[in-house]
Design a protein around this ligand. Structure first.
Ligand SMILES: NC(=O)c1ccc[n+]([C@@H]2O[C@H](COP(=O)([O-])OP(=O)(O)OC[C@H]3O[C@@H](n4cnc5c(N)ncnc54)[C@H](O)[C@@H]3O)[C@@H](O)[C@H]2O)c1
Length: 265
């Protein structure tokens, strides 16, 4: 792969961090990646930027809250100052869980602002540069965007909207040579989910539900994002790439240890 000029949001932790490291590694022997890193956590962003520089990448951290409508434009401007843009990983996200009956309007608005409005505004702000490079825009969605997951509250609805946003952009911007896709992670071990997985028995219980027998690691998702950004995905647009170890193809209380002659009780 040639040198990549990219924006990665939610880069301080988890999947976003893994995407930035993967892009830097891929471009290390090809002139180095030029990355605009976005997150609310400035200290962790600085640590990552330093790590990336040691790998031969150029990295510009931009600290900001993507629930604010002016934040995406600042990222596009930083990328422009860097000399252009080949790819965007619109990945920042969070969960405010609860039942929809009790869900607060502020929580609804915030989750839609970060998961749907921010990718839209970021895509808009990057359109001109991506058109020049015939670039790629990848949104991190979720299997929750296609499968209801109580107590997901507005999380599932916002991820469903993100998947449709990508499809709509793919149709509108195909003629400009811009590809737009989503990656939908399944259960993935990151700082977002770490507390849950440290509760006794939760990891084992979840591993047993996944046909491939483990929860995902941030690198599993980063690999899929890098693929969709790169030339091997030149004819892929408007697609949702599910990276979940086979989980969504299971129904009911699937368990890997089931045997045909020992049906679940
Ligand atoms: N971990 C999972 O199991 C899982 C599953 C499906 C989808 N996802 C999605 O993957 C993406 C990355 O999640 P992760 O698991 O790496 O989480 P994480 O918490 O480890 O990392 C998310 C990063 O996004 C940043 N972020 C959150 N809100 C932001 C905002 N308003 N402005 C700027 N930065 C913000 C956080 O500071 C954090 O660094 C999210 O969109 C999440 O919804 C995660």
């Amino acid at each position: 792969m040639s040198a990549v000029r990219a924006i990665v949001t939610g880069a301080a932790r988890g999947i976003g961090r893994a995407i930035a490291l993967r892009l830097a590694r891929d471009a290390a022997d090809h002139g180095g990646a030029r990355l605009v890193l976005s997150d609310m956590h400035g200290d962790e962003l600085q640590v990552l930027a330093e790590e990336l520089r040691q790998m031969g990448a150029q990295a510009v951290p931009v600290v900001g809250d993507l629930s604010q409508s002016d934040a995406p434009l600042a990222l596009a401007q930083a990328a422009q100052a860097f000399g252009g843009l080949d790819a965007v990983a619109s990945n920042a996200g969070f969960g405010t869980f609860g039942l929809l009956l009790d869900y607060a309007i502020e929580d609804w608005d915030k989750i839609f602002a970060v998961h749907v409005r921010a990718p839209w505004l970021l895509a808009k702000a990057c359109h001109a540069e991506l058109k020049k490079s015939r670039g790629s825009f990848v949104i991190t969605a979720s299997i929750s965007g296609t499968h209801a997951t109580p107590p997901g509250g507005a999380y599932s609805a916002s991820k469903a909207a993100a998947i449709m946003l990508a499809r709509q952009l793919a149709v509108e911007w195909g003629p400009d040579g811009i590809r737009v896709n989503t990656v939908s992670p399944g259960m993935t071990l990151t700082p977002l989910t770490r507390d849950m997985y440290t509760r006794p028995g939760v990891l084992e219980q979840r591993e047993a539900r996944v046909p491939l027998g483990r929860v995902g690691q941030p690198q599993d998702i980063a690999n899929a994002v890098a693929f969709l950004m790169g030339p091997d995905a030149a004819y892929i647009s408007g697609t949702d790439l599910v990276v979940d170890g086979g989980l969504v193809n299971t129904l009911m209380a699937y368990n890997r240890s089931w045997k045909i002659d020992q049906p679940p009780s």
